[in-house]
Design a binder for this molecule. Structure first.
Ligand SMILES: [Zn+2]
Ligand SMILES: [Zn+2]
Length: 300
């Protein structure tokens, strides 16, 4: 798509759109009409085309995150078109009409952000699950009856047709056909969690071995990062045969169905010549117990 002219439009008001609203802790995602203010300051108005869904969305839906108020619009793996630009946005390389991939927002000022570690931004608690708007203003969305809705979840609240998004969420302009971009929405959280854990935290050598428990978006991208680094032993564990086949296609050297393996510890030790060097738990407590049993290094 040819980019439109950049417009700095912070005066748009009462934009009528729809979003999946969670009315109270434990309520379903319900499609509702909402009204949005336009972007203010360092924000964009974005028309969402795709969004991933992450376990964090589901955990927050249940009300397990005390810092999140309801009603709320969740979602933090959005991708869509820039429709308006707030008058405080500094970057000039992204114009109205362009298609962008989103990730979490960050304060940009704390010591972690200054060290280029925005994933551990000291304001992350309130900016992400707390859904506090970075400029301190009221939530940008409200329901038809006038009640305001928490709508800055991770800076983007992507479960909406249109959303006001913090400018720091915009990770990149997508350079290809947006019709093909659906898979990349999950780069905003899941993919970078899996791949980043391997590339930036574990940093294994080629002769190290790694096991990945759980082959969802996080696990499979961890596995792909291990393949990218050329590890000789990449072990994938799941209970879904289709996932195990996919893992082999993506580079797993061994795929174990934990329903069929009686003694996982022994199996892992045999494959890895005495014990794996790294283990990634993308399942939960069940796998964590196994890691303790293996006496292998735990990464969080
Ligand atoms: Zn997430
Ligand atoms: Zn920060």
């Amino acid at each position: 798509m040819a980019p439109h002219h950049t417009t700095h439009d912070s005066h748009a008001r009462n934009i009528e759109t729809v979003a999946y609203v969670v009315e109270h802790a434990g309520a379903d995602f319900a499609l509702q009409n909402i009204v949005l203010d336009g972007p203010q300051g360092n924000e964009y108005l974005i028309e969402m085309k795709y969004t991933g869904i992450c376990h964090t969305d589901l955990i927050c839906q249940t009300g397990s995150a005390p810092s999140l108020q309801f009603p709320a619009i969740l979602g933090h793996e959005g991708a869509g078109y820039i429709r308006a630009i707030g008058d405080g946005v500094q970057r000039t390389d992204i114009e109205v009409g362009e298609f962008v991939l989103l990730s979490f927002n960050f304060c940009g000022e704390c010591k972690r952000c200054r060290r280029h570690q925005p994933a551990t931004c000291l304001d992350g608690g309130k900016l992400h699950i707390g859904a506090v708007r970075a400029n301190g203003g009221p939530p940008p969305a409200r329901l038809k009856d006038g009640r305001s809705v928490q709508s800055s979840f991770f800076g983007q609240s992507s479960f909406a047709a249109m959303s006001v998004v913090d400018a720091t969420c915009v990770a990149m302009r997508y350079p290809y056909d947006p019709e093909d971009a659906a898979i990349f929405a999950a780069c905003g959280c899941g993919f970078q969690t899996g791949a980043g854990t391997v590339l930036n935290v574990l940093k294994p050598q080629q002769d190290d071995s790694i096991v990945v428990f759980g082959l969802g978006g996080v696990g499979l991208t961890a596995l792909m990062a291990a393949k990218y680094l050329g590890l000789h032993h990449i072990i994938a564990v799941d209970i879904n045969p289709g996932r195990l086949e996919l893992a082999k296609e993506l580079g797993a050297t061994h795929a174990l169905n934990s329903k069929d393996v009686e003694d996982m510890v022994t199996a892992l030790r045999e494959i890895s010549d005495g014990g794996v060097d790294f283990a990634i738990d993308c399942v939960g407590e069940y796998a964590r117990q196994r890691m303790h049993a293996c006496r292998i290094r735990e990464a969080d």
